[in-house]
Design a protein around this ligand. Sequence first.
Ligand code: LMR
Length: 398
Amino acid sequence: MFEHVEPFAGDPILALVEVFNADTRSHKVNLGIGIYFDEEGRIPVLPSVRKAEARVVEAGEPKPYLPIEGAANFRSAVQALLFGAGHPVLRERRVATIQSVGSSGGLKVGADFIRRWLPKAQAWVSDPTWDNHRSMFEGAGLAVHSYPYYDPAGGGVRFDAMLDALRAVPEGSVVLLHACCHNPTGVDLTHAQWDVLIPLLAERRLLPYLDLAYQGFGDGIAEDAYAIRRLADSGATFFVANSFSKSMSVYGERCGALSAVCADADEAERVLGQLKFTVRRNYSSPPIHGGQIVAHVLADADLRPLWEAELAAMRDRIQAMRQTLHRVISAKVPGRDFSYFLTQRGMFSYTGLSAAQVDRLREEFAVYLVRSGRICVAGLNHHNVEYAAQAMATVMAG
Ligand code: LMR
């Protein structure tokens, strides 16, 4: 039966974690996967999350199946976080939100919905994008293409080329956009660029599909939701998948959501129904525990400000690591402009390192990053940053 089954080539990000774990060199540095590590190189348990979890456990509630769409308190807290409490799209009940198994689960449910209800739609993703975006849309049966995004020469966005490409894609296409903290480049659209892009998407009748996995890691919770809120203000129909994996450091709890902003309440009800049907056919309903922790943190008058401060501290620590990287590498490789380390946002930085240089970093220096040259800046800390920066500078210099 299974003789013809081919081996899995492995995921470029997750397979690297296994190789890193097997490396016995004590000075090894993991800049591969997009996980926030603290100054001691540990995944933090945020005090806000620990307190919320203790309260959830203390309450000792039963664990029924959640409704297919997830817990009501989680879903409404997510909506307020994304759009801002009281946004007209919420008052008008135009948003269909499901609690999903991480934002990956949400992205895939949305892709399956698109395949079913917009069967001719093609998906357009940025060049480059998170590898799994392509896999998910292809897995749902959509043809996937890319639009120009990152400019390797200048380190910014090829905005004019991006707009030209989006002017030419077939009407009804889905356009995957990173709401903030672009993965893998760390290069975001400015607010002014979003203000140009949003009307173009409407004019061309394209369906924006936003991925918001790093809310709060760019410039702040509301700041990082700029694109979502402006799209909502504009009256657009769009999807947004969001995650709490990074912002609450609850990776393995798989807490995320998918929201569809619709034309009116009746449409939102029907879209929600079909999203539920997709979920029911796949995994029936989401898990209860992590979502209740998230809902508690978001709704509690004491825990919410605590979490916001913890998130700000993670953001600031990443910025401090960016500054050190910039200082050390600029000193060691004179005559080159490394200001991109300072201007990029979120966990990631596209270093421009080639696959051969990445291999050398791993083999000679035990510094791990994915072969695209993306580093997770949040894997740096005061113990390893000088070492990792020196190693990067050495391979860059020759
Ligand atoms: C990453 O890009 O490293 C993270 O989003 C983790 C993942 O699932 O790939």
